[in-house]
Design a protein around this ligand. Structure first.
Ligand SMILES: Cc1ncc(COP(=O)(O)O)c(C=O)c1O
Length: 446
């Protein structure tokens, strides 16, 4: 389910016509549906309710403050992977005790900030990090809880850039090393090592890889128990799939039904379960609107050149990801019955939907069958809510897009479009002087 549909050939976000938003805000703009986010969180929560999991929304998927506030209002906490995300979480009003903090490269500054804020659980990714976190707790006189991220060596069946639980990735520690780390940890220290953390990749369209990983985690938990270490928390990470094409992703209950028999006995013994969903909550809750600047034919191909490409949505070029794209206004006979690569409609034209950047890899879709496109037309790029704006960049000095949140028949701007002046902000002399008040003298530069 999501809040975007065609009515009489016009695209609507909940009860707001997309044309109204574009008319006022322009393009490129990300538009989110509040109801879709609430609905996806509710479904996940309901599906997993027998395990009473703590939901920790993955900030990296869609970090806008208004989106975080919306998520926090449902009672969920947040999953963080950087000091910047901690800063955002606090600005959005999150209770740090309801946040988990993962990330392979936490700096001492980030660790200290998270300890000072009282983050509920550190997901530690190496022996060195555990030692550092322990010593920072001692130095600052703080106590904290940690889970060790393990690498269960499973094949998640995703793009190589987002497969994190395979052997020899930079994430977590090998199972054999995990046991040694637990046994070697001083359990009287102010850092309580109480849990295991997994995040095996994303998007994962079948429960099977999770089951494999859960079995390995539960077996490690048994071994550790025999060695006198109690595991109180199992954080299963995120990674649930989203509907990039209609009906592609299993519903939350399809994962939950398979997880329950394995996890229920441990939960009955007191094991806390944490889930860190991002994509499955926000991907379908967001679309990106771009405008066709020019069309042209070249080398036997047809191109629609838009006012944004991989600067706004890098997923097609970075992950070979499919995003359904369709004009925001079409004749009735071109309303797509489903979101899929080749809708069963007449008179479509195959086109490459590309961005304006000076790079051949700058595209949103290749070889896509679409109604014939014309200069000035607005295109909707669907399922762009997760890892869209959060991975957007300023390549070619492109200001970051605006963001809009729709809730029922109301909508509001939740991030202003960047201006050209914003692009220069951090290079201005006054800003540089604030950053480094007394720059070291250099003899090599004029
Ligand atoms: C540690 C961790 N947890 C959760 C997530 C969220 O994953 P997804 O958005 O696929 O649910 C990620 C994403 O990369 C992650 O690295």
């Amino acid at each position: 389910m999501d809040g975007f549909e065609f009515r009489d050939g016009r695209l609507w976000a909940e009860s707001v016509a997309i044309e109204e938003i574009v008319g006022e805000v322009g393009t490129p703009v990300f538009v989110y549906s509040a109801e879709t986010i609430r609905e996806h969180l509710a479904r996940l929560s309901e599906a997993f309710s027998p395990l009473s999991p703590q939901l920790r929304f993955s900030v990296k998927s869609c970090p806008n403050l208004s989106i975080l506030k919306l998520v926090l209002d449902t009672g969920a906490g947040l999953d963080l992977v950087s000091g910047g995300e901690l800063h955002r979480a606090i600005a959005a009003g999150a209770d740090p005790a309801q946040c988990v903090f993962a990330g392979v490269g936490k700096t001492d500054t980030e660790i200290d900030a998270a300890l000072a804020a009282g983050v509920g659980l550190f997901n530690v990714e190496s022996g060195e990090e555990l030692a550092t976190l322990t010593s920072r707790c001692e130095a600052l006189g703080r106590s904290a809880r940690a889970a060790l991220r393990i690498n269960p060596e499973v094949e998640p069946g995703t793009h190589r850039h987002t497969a994190t639980g395979r052997r020899a990735t930079k994430f977590g520690v090998d199972l054999a090393e995990a046991a040694a780390i637990f046994k070697g940890h001083d359990h009287r220290s102010p850092l309580r090592l109480v849990g295991l953390h997994l995040h095996i990749g994303s998007p994962i369209a079948t429960p099977a890889p999770y089951l494999d990983a859960i079995d390995k985690a539960l077996s490690l938990r048994d071994d550790l128990r025999k060695a006198g270490c109690t595991i109180e928390v199992l954080d299963l990470g995120g990674g649930f799939a989203a509907d990039y094409t209609t009906g592609q992703a299993p519903p939350a209950k399809a994962y939950a039904e398979r997880f329950l028999p394995r996890l229920a006995p441990a939960v009955a013994e007191g094991l806390e379960i944490i889930l860190e969903p991002g994509r499955s909550i926000v991907a379908n809750a967001g679309i990106l609107l771009v405008r066709v600047v020019f069309t042209k034919n070249s080398g036997g191909r047809r191109f629609a050149i838009c006012d944004a490409g991989m600067n706004a949505l890098i997923r097609p070029s970075h992950y070979d990801a499919f995003h359904f794209i369709w004009p925001a206004r079409v004749g009735e006979h071109w309303v797509p019955p489903r979101r899929e690569a080749a809708p069963p409609l007449e008179d479509l034209e195959v086109v490459d939907v590309v961005g304006p950047l000076c790079e051949t890899g700058d595209y949103l879709a290749l070889d896509r069958a679409l109604p014939p496109l014309a200069r000035g037309e607005v295109l909707a790029v669907f399922t762009a809510g997760a890892y869209g704006m959060s991975m957007a960049n300023r390549y070619n000095s492109s200001p970051l897009p605006a963001e809009v949140l729709v809730d029922g028949d109301r909508w509001r701007l939740i991030r202003a479009r960047e201006s050209y002046d914003d692009l220069l902000e951090h290079e201005r002399p006054a800003r540089l002087a604030r950053a480094l008040p007394s720059p070291p003298l250099s003899t090599s530069c004029p």
